[in-house]
Design a protein around this ligand. Structure first.
Ligand code: UFG
Length: 353
């Protein structure tokens, strides 16, 4: 074999990096596993399956035609997490694991602080002990103050209004302090807007336990006949059609944003924040109309009173993510509804069938 040819061959035999995904059996986690595998990373998932399914991990691997190492552990279990870091050479971590229901966090604040903040601390300490320096953290637009002006930029004032949002904000501050103490640490704080949709294969999607709190899973469960009608929480807001406006982002676009952030961290240490949204606002009634187009029949609904704590309008300034991550959400509201419907139609009971 010619020398040049041999050199070319060794250059292409790069060992793939291994990414640990906590909460990888959940909604955004499983879609991110697909995006990571498709980008050439190896993936290790840890999840206690409290709000996720091992089927989601298997389907994510199947979509990408690859395998995923799965460990059923609680990330707050330090000994179990240590064992995972010892069993695999972890190059970076994406941290999704945590509790995420706003209303529940108001009723059970101590559990939310214990689980979300405690889990993040255990993970950060374990990473430090094993010399792992790259972390992508699943944060939320809920960290912004309701008084912040639209579109929300990353430097807008913080001021979460519920314990769930407080935990996200607190973890962000913990990671900023950790970054101040360790200049080699590279952390992405990703503030999601409203993730909806499902993988276009229809094989993975959102599988909420019990009655959904969020708009899109509720709409789709009405469409499939599991719930009787959608309650629209208020049509007397100061918006064009009177219903609240949100920045809905397709979960596959969101998942790809994580891969873009991970790549960026490889070149830029420090703690950095990016909004992941589309930069466009859509009202509840516009979302309902798009869902009806996707489903092909009317979706029963009724306007009721406002839901406590809802902001009239929330949407992102996504220019920082576009500029620095080279990433942009591509999928439309109609794509989101069509993909979500395909998942819901083929999995009326989620992964429990
Ligand atoms: N809505 C209804 N009926 C429903 C459910 C929701 O009319 O049955 C309306 C809400 O009033 C709101 C909009 O649909 O106007 C979106 O509500 P979601 O609950 O889907 O989303 P939120 O914007 O309230 O919350 C989301 C995430 C939170 C996160 C928050 C802020 O679910 O985790 O964005 O980023 F904290």
């Amino acid at each position: 074999m010619a020398i040049v040819e041999a050199i070319e061959m060794t250059e292409t035999i790069d060992v793939p990096e291994t990414i640990l995904v906590t909460g990888g059996a959940g909604y955004i986690g499983s879609h991110t596993c697909v995006a990571l595998l498709e980008a050439g990373y190896d993936v290790v998932v840890v999840d206690d399956l409290s709000n996720g399914s091992e089927h989601a991990v298997n389907e994510a691997a199947g979509i990408a035609g690859r395998t995923i190492e799965f460990h059923r552990i609680d990330v707050a279990d330090r000994a179990a997490l240590d064992a995972v870091f010892e069993a695999h050479h972890i190059d970076g971590v994406i941290h999704f694991a945590g509790l995420k229901a706003v209303g529940e966090s108001v009723v059970e604040p101590l559990r939310y602080f214990r689980v979300n903040v405690g889990t993040a601390l255990t993970l950060a300490e374990t990473m430090a002990d094993h010399g792992v320096k790259r972390l992508v953290f699943s944060s939320s637009a809920t960290v912004y103050s309701p008084q912040a002006s639209m579109p929300l930029r990353e430097d807008a004032p913080n001021g979460p209004t519920n314990p769930y949002g407080e935990t996200k904000s607190m973890i962000e501050r913990i990671l900023v302090a950790a970054g101040d103490a360790d200049p080699e640490l590279a952390v992405a704080l990703l503030r999601y807007f409203n993730p909806v949709g499902a993988h276009e294969s229809g094989r993975i999607g959102e599988d909420p336990a019990g009655i959904p709190n969020n708009l899109m899973p509720f709409v789709m469960q009405v469409a499939v006949g599991k719930l009787a009608e959608l309650s629209i929480f208020g049509d007397d807001y100061d918006t064009p059609d009177g219903t609240c406006i949100r920045d809905y982002i397709h979960v596959v676009d969101l998942a790809r944003g994580h891969v873009a952030a991970l790549c960026r961290l490889g070149e830029h240490p420090g703690v950095q924040t990016w909004n992941l949204g589309t930069g466009r606002g859509t009202s509840v009634l516009q979302m309902l109309a798009a869902a009806e187009r996707a489903v092909g029949h009317p979706i029963p609904h009724r306007v009721v009173g406002r839901r406590a704590g809802d902001q009239p309008v929330s949407f992102a300034d996504v220019s920082k993510a576009e500029r620095e991550l080279g990433w942009r959400a591509e999928r439309t509201i109609d794509n989101m509804c069509a993909d979500h419907w395909e998942w819901q139609r083929t999995h009326p009971d989620g992964f429990r069938e």
